[in-house]
Design a protein around this ligand. Sequence first.
Ligand code: GBH
Length: 492
Amino acid sequence: VSFTLAADDHSFPEDFQFGVGSAAYQIEGAWNADGKGENIWDFLTRKNPNFVSDGGNGNIACNSYNRLESDIELIKNTSANFYRFSISWSRIFPTGHTYLPNPDGIDYYNRLIDGLIANDITPFVTIYHWDLPQPLLEIGGWPNPLMADYFKDYADKVFDLFGDRVENWITFNEPYQICEQGFSEGTLAPGYRQMGIGGYLCAHTLLLAHAKAYEVYNEKYRATQKGRVGITVHGVWAEPESDSAADTAAATRYMMMHFGWFVHPIFSTNGDYPVDMKNRINQLSTTQQGFKRSRLPTFTQAEINSIRGSADFLGLNHYGSVHCIQLANQNDYETPSHIVDTNAECYPNEDWEETAAPWYVVHAGGLRSILNWIRTNYGNPEVIITENGYASSGENLHDCNRVNYMNDYLEQLLHAIHDDGCKVTAYTAWSIMDLFEWDYGYAYGFGLYHVDFTSADRTRTPRMSSYVYKNIIETREINPSFELDGFERGVD
Ligand code: GBH
């Protein structure tokens, strides 16, 4: 990669924070240890082992539940300022309901949080990263409007239990994936497929759940705990394939229907879903498709007000970009689906470098573009990059591609901060180690550390990227020529 840094903008602002990340179901294992309840991933992978492409599951994963102390050491070795991890709802409330806590589960997170703090690592907690307690699915899961109150009760307890030491909260990781993949396409747990319907119902409840959690934090905890609460959204950057009006409109619709769906209600001036999104779904539903009402539910004005402004920062998970054209096959209006609602065909540019994950390609400039999209469309909110990383397969200890990816994306991040004025205050390298990768199982990993999933203790080995990242954190600069013994840069 050719690597040129503009003069003067190669260092990170003084108070900029660097972290590493993980999520409970992907790393903990111990799926039924010490009173933990079953969640939708436990249930689905047990009932249908083939749901995951390589037949994998998170029963043991990285076994982090049993490797707490050594994992804290390993995070410390990267010099990370913070550790982003998630709480397993069913580990602390096995039925999902908060009247029945599991003391051993609570104890695990207390030990983790205390251990991080003792090592000068700030805990950054995701309250929900995809692992809904199975009993709550059996009453409908997220499409059930009552889930907003159940989530509020859960978040309330989490603030109460851990908020004396945790100041950084993310309510949800990636609502689009939870809802569209979980309840419309069925490609993530619970694997329900109701195209063009399930996802919208799920998302509607989820946004209300988020706002209620934010409200409860404001009412009961903010004054004493002095923390901040945000939400994390997955943002693919969509570029028009050509500068034609049709392609430009297609890319804009893609951004609106994936990113705006969740960001607009919380971060826009007017709140609510984007107007074009409401109109489009309403029109297709009630005319071509013969529904009595829009498949997209409606918020009351009071609900719009409660969701609008309900975040202290926007968490951004960013991996790759796509090119968009207007959907070629426009005659399938009768079948409801999010893709028909979006009416854009988006795919990776052939020139962009592939990764081991089939769902994204490398395009560092996309990070700068999406940050500017956020800045211009949503009033330049504080943004925290809560995930960014490179997928590789195999051991790959000499992970030049991951290092190049990190350097290139961080360079674009610096341009966004210094040249464009985007308010990005933190960056999270995803992930601290290779993890269970959901529907792809163990097919690829993002780890700064390799995990040997065939060894009983899930041995961790540092990759070159862990040293490079440590150097970036310690020098607060990207150093493209950084080399270290045995790990010099070059072609693998
Ligand atoms: C992140 O999502 C997750 O938050 C994180 O837990 C995970 O470790 C990370 O990805 C890396 O995988 O091929 O159609 O099944 C990023 C967004 C969107 C990633 C959809 C995987 C699969 C799409 N994701 N996706 S598909």
